[in-house]
Write a new protein. Structure first.
Length: 201
């Protein structure tokens, strides 16, 4: 009895049932299309991210070690220079002046390397170049502070904080294949501001 009623119902409403089935098929087709599109977009984004990571790593591989050595070298030379500024020798002894000139030359050579790195990283690793720039400017200012060693030491201390931030951020960028974080850029700006404020007095 129930089967007969069911068959009768299906026969009487077959057009509606077919329409519902067709709508269901269309919905499934639409969902499949949306999922395919979403999958394609996600795959493209992943592919772009991988390419970006590879590009950043290649960029850093070419210069990160040399840049790190130049940052360490320029600050170490500036530190030694300040120590030599505080040494008193007999006025007829030219060895101290010769040594001071030597370390100024070392600072100048490292500065050239850092300015070159600044140009390379300016757009691809935005924010890092500010750290490189203030380190080179700071060592320039320090060379002129022979009569104010305490101030020069304070500036050098801030420059070394910038070195640490740049080092950590470069390593993080290389490992993750990503750009410098906004927090790191803010910290670099802050310490740069402190050095500039010291210079202005």
């Amino acid at each position: 009895m129930i089967e007969a009623e069911t068959m009768k119902f299906l026969a009487e409403n077959k057009d509606s049932i077919l329409a519902i089935a067709a709508i269901g098929a269309l919905v499934m087709t639409a969902l499949t299309a949306v999922m395919s599109l979403f999958g394609a977009i996600t795959a493209k984004k992943i592919d772009e991210k991988i390419k970006r990571q590879e590009a950043i790593r290649v960029l850093l591989e070419d210069g990160m070690i040399g840049m790190g050595e130049s940052i360490q070298g320029i600050l170490s030379a500036a530190d030694i220079l300040l120590t030599k500024y505080g040494i008193e020798v007999h006025q007829n002894d030219p060895s101290l002046n010769t040594s001071i000139k030597k370390y100024k030359t070392i600072i100048g050579n490292h500065k050239k390397q850092l300015m070159k790195a600044k140009t390379i990283y300016r757009y691809k690793l935005y924010g890092i170049e500010d750290g490189l720039s203030i380190i080179t400017r700071c060592t320039d200012w320090i060379q002129g502070l022979k009569d104010d060693i305490p101030l020069a030491r304070k500036m050098l201390k801030e420059a070394d904080k910038i070195r640490l931030i740049v080092d950590k951020e470069i390593i993080k960028c290389y490992r993750k294949g990503d750009y410098p974080s906004s927090v790191a850029r803010w910290r670099l700006s802050y310490h740069s501001w402190k050095i500039k404020k010291m210079r202005q007095g």
